[in-house]
Design a binder for this molecule. Sequence first.
Ligand code: SF4
Length: 306
Amino acid sequence: MESVLKTRFEPYQATNVLCRREKENADSPETYLLNPYRGCSVGCRYCYIQEKKHEISTGLEEEKQKIVQLKINAPCMLEGKLEEGVDYGVIIIGESCEPYDVIEKKFLITNRLLEIIQRYGFPVHIVTRFPLIMRDIELIRKIKESAEAYVTVSLPVVSKELVEKLDGNSPTVKERLKLIKRIRKAGVSAGVALSPFLPFISDGYETERVLKKASSSGASYALFSPLIIKEYQKKMFYDWLEEKYPEKAQPYKDLYDNREKPEENYVNDLYQRFRKNARKYKLEPGVFPDVPLDRKIKRKVCGNGK
Ligand code: SF4
């Protein structure tokens, strides 16, 4: 496994915790992003929040550290927002952090957020890689009963070589597949996220392997999201490619020239192939961070929520 910077955790007072996302279309339900942490200790090579972590690092060149900030006031702020009243919608936890990062064991921020969500009867979509989520599974099951709950396990690649090069301190593939099984066994909908999908690296055979393994572990849906390379991240990522996959460096530079995502036609084409493959393995295809929505949610949204 490639080395990952040491992490320092520190408290942080968030100013806004529930961010409404723009709707995909008029029929889509409202969705909100809720990230209990700022930054992440896992250190995946492709992660677009990596650089943010460096920006808030100690700045000491000789001992670079990344800092993960704990939004300690998030439960209080969320409760205030829901009490004030927001449109009914799916709350997505972990779109740009790991909600079960190692520090969650001690600080229970995600746990407290889930308790509030359950009390107010909102549906939830949690994106994680870590088995610590099983600590909260009973709570998540209750959310499913009253609204809906989805747990998506991130598994962009499964080949040993790719996992070691790309996935930082993530749990092993075996652990993540087992996690899908445990979530399903507990009666909660589970899926897999090929997020990010890495052009020229995770397409073709690798995608099929991820989908096949996820499906045989009980996943019912698969989500897709192409790699984002932020401008400030490009040099670091291209240098890494030159070292590890020199033949892919130029195709990446061409694909991401002056943009942080590949062009729409290219992404659509990738997505069509992904859909076909997902169906082949009996997985409902979707786009991260949207989830296949249950009729229950649609009914509530049409009826103006709770
Ligand atoms: S676990 Fe998620 S948030 Fe954390 S570094 Fe990896 S991709 Fe980024």
